[in-house]
Design a protein around this ligand. Structure first.
Ligand code: ADP
Length: 175
């Protein structure tokens, strides 16, 4: 794995990085889990910017990403991406691709905005029910490939909230 990839356990809203990524839903109007935590800690400015984005370009599609300021957060920006809801079965390949797209599109948006340090939560592994092991494999492989092909981003942090995800990432990243 690329040496720019780091692992941490904790609350993403506390991180002092250029950008944190939000596991949003397509309405961009906030919700539960990490989305709720980010809007609570960041204050109303983030929601106001999200409303403007939706007015301008409509809801955010699964796998896509948009950017707002960080409001009251220590992070300068929030990149909101919409993970797939996991249903498995015949949809699984599409859902895996959409999850990979979340990471790639967030990193491309970060790059376009001159962001050097970025932190990701474990997208789709909460209420969207994506299996944690598979989600972690997709996340780490996708970020690794991006960093191999694109100079400009100095540090990518995977921040795990729950012990299960933290354990899975520890093994995958061999740290
Ligand atoms: P999704 O709808 O994409 O599944 P959730 O917010 O339900 O989003 O869960 C995504 C992941 O975010 C879960 O692994 C959950 O443990 C984690 N999470 C929840 N709160 C926080 C937080 N404050 N900081 C970092 N990760 C968090």
């Amino acid at each position: 794995m690329d040496t720019k990839i780091k692992l941490q356990q904790g609350d993403i809203t506390k991180l002092q990085v250029d950008a944190i990524v939000n596991a949003a839903n397509s309405s961009l109007m906030g919700g539960g889990g990490v989305d709720g935590a980010i809007h609570r800690a960041g204050g109303k400015q983030i929601l106001e910017e999200c409303i403007k984005i939706v007015d301008r370009q409509g809801r955010c599609k699964t796998g896509k990403a948009v950017i707002t300021s960080g409001g009251n957060l220590p992070a300068k920006y929030v990149i909101h991406t919409v993970g797939p809801v996991y249903n498995g079965g015949k949809n699984v390949l599409k859902e895996e691709e959409q999850l990979a797209n979340c990471y790639t599109n967030s990193l491309m948006l970060a790059f376009d905005n001159g962001i050097k340090t970025i932190a990701f939560p474990n997208i789709s592994t909460g209420v969207y029910r994506f299996p944690k092991q598979r989600a972690a494999e997709i996340a780490t492989e996708t970020v690794d490939i991006f960093l191999e092909n694109q100079e400009g981003i100095d540090e990518v942090i995977f921040i795990c909230f729950d012990d299960e995800n933290f354990g899975i990432y520890k093994k995958l990243l061999a740290v």
